[in-house]
Design a protein around this ligand. Structure first.
Ligand SMILES: [Fe+2]
Length: 210
């Protein structure tokens, strides 16, 4: 078995056992599906000269929520630092399996994928893998069904606010930093759906209230 396969097997076993409802096997599979399509789309349009191989795309999709998968819910501060905690978990689990270069690329992608503007300020700290993960994970943050479930299950008002802020940021600023044609297409569909559902909800609220 290749080292990539070993590393992927570890992540799949971990995500299968996830105790976090919205960050388990299903989410990792969807992020992987988007990430591969984004990788192909960037490659087709010769944007960003994507250098990561397909195995690295699968690895980043399956590992990126490793820390969350161990926790049913995260507190506010934990939510802010969870990418760094995932990077630490990956370092422990994969340092004997992957090459130093591959592990570093994965860690950079996980740590910085929520900061796409970093590529303008510090391009060396940002890599193509981070951009692919940002777009793939962001598309799932705009998945209405998943987002609604997440908001309903959250008890803490701070985490609810953080989730809402995250979705709003992706809707408002996401368009400016999305690179792939694939993400642009899915983004348009999801934002339309988001607003349609919001309008339905507002409509129902007034009808029921009347
Ligand atoms: Fe995720």
């Amino acid at each position: 078995m290749s080292n990539y396969k070993k590393a992927l097997k570890l992540a799949k076993e971990k995500m299968k056992k996830s105790v976090n409802e919205s960050h388990g096997e299903k989410h990792a599979k969807l992020v992987e599906k988007h990430a591969i399509a984004i990788w192909k789309s960037l490659k087709k349009d010769k944007k960003w000269n994507p250098n990561p191989n397909k195995q690295m795309i699968s690895l980043v999709a399956w590992w990126h929520d490793a820390y969350k998968s161990d926790h049913k819910k995260l507190g506010f501060w934990d939510s802010l630092a969870e990418d760094v905690s995932t990077a630490e978990l990956m370092e422990k689990a994969l340092s004997d399996t992957l090459s130093k270069k591959d592990l570093e690329a994965l860690i950079i992608a996980v740590k910085y994928h929520k900061l796409p503007f970093l590529r303008l300020l510090e391009p060396k700290k940002y890599n193509t893998l981070a951009q692919i993960l940002f777009e793939a994970d962001g598309l799932e943050d705009l998945n209405w069904e998943r987002r609604s479930k997440q908001l309903k299950s959250e008890q803490s008002i701070f985490t609810k606010m953080l989730f809402s802020f995250e979705s709003a940021t992706i809707i408002i600023l996401g368009w400016m930093v999305i690179e792939s044609e694939y993400s642009k297409k899915v983004y348009r569909e999801r934002v339309n759906e988001f607003f349609e559902k919001l309008l339905d909800r507002t409509d129902n609220f007034f009808k029921n209230g009347a």
